[in-house]
Design a protein around this ligand. Structure first.
Ligand code: TYD
Ligand code: MG
Length: 465
């Protein structure tokens, strides 16, 4: 029987239960329920005394609200993902795998902001002050007036932040913070939630911008507490493929800006360098394009990014053919394979399929469908696409190639990088004023695109519906 006021929080998903059990009923994790003491059972609210009852002040939708002021840190890629800088009084959670470069990024953000006169603090619960300082020296940031501290006790941190006026503080990481008001161990959901709650309250009450670093579990969720994602104003994921220097900061939630914006960085000896024009970063322009490769003209946030999609189709040695995909959604690959089979007669039932997005980029745009299909067909027929050709278009289950957003922007960027042809849902006059530099190879149906590749027919023309 549960004690009065006791709840059991799952350390894996954050769901709370009123009684203990060996397996979390919400997420199925074993041995993850840990007792949490609350002063009042959840949901119960004390009735307000008559004297203190105030009416809720309602407002209209059309009242003009000034845009929030922003703390511009000077790290442009970071500021862009924030929506133009960090909003004072907001809380941001930055998640990423261990070693991806979260501490490096946020030290650079804090240092750059401090150099511009922002009162910035960096509190590390993972490294000693000497270690952080040593890294700052190596990155050439030693002169930046960032206030450093190594601390994990929440009470000391909150007191410290109240005693000195700050504009921006980095907490690295939220999993190491620990409040003596709770009995649970550091890193538990209870502690992480308590620490995040306390710091978010401090942010709101003092107009201080708080950036929380969060580790990510194997499954890709920010470790332990999904709840923290709901408490903060913005959640960014810092991603990078092992073995590649590129790092991408991607907005997953942002109350003060768009979430499709990305920031691109390159990890080097002196920390992270900003990549201001990433369009050609993921493109290998050396040598001939091999069979099985297609250049996708993509859009990430507000910027065009060209990236090579590589496919390999090979006879399968086993009964169940393999499907392996890196940088793209495996469900999407299954769909494209099914459409190729059902609508174009190109079967993969006895063949292994490997699909790779070059450079360690992850793409999620449906516009990449046609590029993936073109790479697959190119490998299956062993016919290389022209060196100067980009591909884009969304594929429907009926086998149509659908127009995608910002086709002009994609063509313009491709033209700038020397491409002269485009395979996609294009009319003969696609590209408008750009028509001469980019010749459209328009396709209305996926079968048309597959036929073009099989015949190696690269003549320009508009699509037929
Ligand atoms: P770090 O910021 O400590 O990662 P996180 O906080 O996400 O765990 O970065 C760790 C990696 O970055 C480490 O493997 C070394 C590399 N690195 C560089 O390559 N160059 C640099 O200048 C720095 C500071 C780190
Ligand atoms: Mg770190």
């Amino acid at each position: 029987m549960a004690r009065d006021g006791a709840v059991y929080a799952c350390q894996s998903c954050g769901a709370t239960q009123t009684r203990w059990s060996g397996q979390c009923p919400a997420c199925g994790a074993w041995n993850s329920l840990v007792e949490e003491l609350t002063t009042r059972p959840p949901g119960a609210m004390k009735p307000a005394s008559k004297a203190r009852t105030r009416q809720l002040p309602f407002e209209g939708l059309d009242t003009a609200t000034p845009a929030p002021p922003r703390i511009v840190t000077g790290v442009d890629e970071w500021d862009r993902v924030c929506g133009g800088g960090v909003v004072p009084g907001s809380a941001i959670l930055v998640g990423g795998d261990p070693g991806v470069g979260k501490s490096t990024l946020l030290l650079q953000v804090a240092a750059s902001a401090a150099r511009r006169g922002v009162r910035a603090a960096y509190i590390s619960g993972e490294e000693a002050v000497e270690q952080v300082r040593g890294r700052a020296h190596r990155m050439g940031l030693a002169d930046a007036p960032v206030r450093l501290a190594a601390e994990t006790r929440l009470r000391a941190i909150v007191d410290g932040l109240k005693a000195d006026p700050f504009d921006l503080v980095v907490i690295d990481s939220i999993q190491t913070m620990w409040s003596d008001a709770h009995e649970a161990g550091p890193g538990s959901v209870t502690q992480v939630r308590a620490a995040a709650g306390e710091l978010v309250r401090l942010a709101k009450s003092r107009g201080l911008a708080v950036i929380l670093v969060g580790h990510v579990t194997k499954e890709g969720a920010i470790a332990g507490p999904r709840v923290v994602e709901h408490m903060v104003d913005a959640v960014f994921a810092f991603e990078g493929e092992r073995g590649y220097p590129f790092r991408i900061l991607r907005g997953a939630k942002n109350r003060f800006g768009a979430t499709d914006e990305i920031g691109v960085f390159e990890m080097g000896d002196a920390g992270l360098a900003e990549v201001k024009n990433p369009s050609a970063l993921f493109l290998d322009t050396s040598g001939e394009r091999a069979a099985g490769a297609a250049v996708f003209a993509g859009i990430e946030g507000s910027r065009p990014v060209l990236v090579e999609i590589q496919a390999l189709v090979a006879p399968s040695a086993y009964g169940t053919p393999r499907r392996a995909v890196v940088g793209w959604d495996s469900g999407r690959l299954a769909m494209v394979l099914a459409v190729l089979e059902a609508r174009c007669g190109l079967g993969f039932g006895d063949r292994d399929v490997y699909l790779n997005v070059a450079g360690g980029l992850r793409i999620s745009e449906p516009a990449a469908d046609l590029a993936a299909a073109a790479a697959l067909a190119s490998s299956a027929f062993d016919v290389a696409l022209p060196q100067d050709c980009v591909v884009f278009g969304e594929i429907s289950l009926s086998g149509e190639v659908r127009p995608v957003s910002r086709m002009d922007g994609r063509l313009k960027e491709a033209a700038k990088l020397g491409f002269r042809r485009a395979l996609g849902p294009l009319d003969a006059d696609a590209g408008g004023a750009l028509a001469p530099p980019i010749a459209p190879m328009g396709v209305g149906r996926l079968a048309d695109a597959v036929q073009r590749i099989q015949d190696a027919r690269w003549t320009p023309g508009g699509r037929r519906p």
